[in-house]
Structures are given as C-alpha cells and as structure tokens.
Write a protein that binds this ligand. Structure first.
Ligand code: FES
Length: 173
C-alpha cells in the first residue's frame, strides 16, 4: 500500500478526518514533511538546551563552617546542625572515639526528617520505613532510591568543620 497520495480535490477536513478506514493509513507528503521538520526542530532545541546547561553549569561552592567541638557529643550521640543554608538540617553522629559522620537530614524520598537509630546503627525515615547506611548514606531499605547527601567533615584542632556536601548520584534500581 503506498505511503503517499496525491493531493485530492476533497476538502482538507475530509482528508484529516476520513471516515474510510483504508484512507486513514494514508499520509500526505506535506503532512509527513511537516512531521519530520517539527520533530527535527524539537530535537535540535532539546540538544541546544542540554548544551547550554552543560556549558553554564558551575560546581556549587560550599562554605567552610564549624559545626561542633570535638568531644561535644558522646560516642553514639547526635547533634543537629544546619548546612550549607540555615534551612538545611543535618545530623552529626559520633560513631567512635575519634570518628564522626554527618548527613543531610532530608530523606531522598519525600523529604521527611531522618533520625539516627542507635539500636540498629543506621539512619531511618519514619514516613515510609526507609533506612540508610551510617557508613556511606546508601539506601538499605524502603522507597528511597538515592543515598543521603553526606556532609564532608574536617577536624581542625578542637573543631569539626563542614567543608562541603558529597552527593552520590547512584540510583537504586
Ligand atoms: S519520605 Fe522517607 S521513606 Fe518516604
């Protein structure tokens, strides 16, 4: 069956809304060209958008800010602090005599506040039973698909200083 058909003397609406099933399969050359042109333009615009985004993307710059004094919290203890903005709550957990970890408190599923479960040794989200590893913030269970962003900590003398946020972009399948 031919793909193209010569223009007929029928009004356009009859061509577009044919009542004949056989006629519905025909595509006029003009329609086909229009479709190809619009599709190409859409793909060009999409690629241009991706190019511009890549071009103008800048790595975020995080402030360096003291979040706690070493020894301020006991082993197994937790401190809530904000970083990098005053509205972004984070959890600092002292996991050993000289070891600390810090994560964003915002669950990567639907943004509920996660908390540290000392009995299970992991971070848990009460909203939908999500759980994250204390070691690296990876997803242990529940609906979250992305790990918790980790706050990078440095020990400077007597202070624990936040210097950035590490976002692991791996997604749980
Ligand atoms: S919001 Fe945390 S598991 Fe759904």
């Amino acid at each position: 069956m031919p793909l193209f058909r010569r223009p007929s003397s029928e009004p356009l609406w009859r061509d577009e809304f044919s009542i004949s099933t056989a006629d519905e399969r025909y595509v006029s050359r003009r329609q086909f060209t229009k479709f190809l042109t619009l599709t190409s333009l859409a793909m060009f615009a999409g690629n241009l958008w991706i190019l511009l985004r890549t071009w103008f993307y800048r790595e975020p710059v995080y402030p360096t800010r003291p979040v706690a004094r070493a020894g301020e919290i006991p082993v197994g203890g937790v401190k809530i602090f904000t970083y990098p903005e005053a509205s972004e709550a984070c959890l600092l957990i002292r996991t050993g005599q000289d070891s600390y970890v810090a994560y964003s408190q915002k669950c990567t599923h639907l943004s509920c506040a996660v908390y540290y479960s000392a009995s299970r040794g992991r971070l848990e989200c009460p909203c939908h039973d999500g759980a994250f590893s204390l070691a690296d913030g990876s997803v242990l269970q529940g609906p979250p698909r992305r790990p918790l962003p980790r706050v990078v900590l440095e020990r400077r003398g007597d202070e624990l200083v936040a210097t950035g946020i590490e976002v692991n972009r791996s997604v749980v399948a």
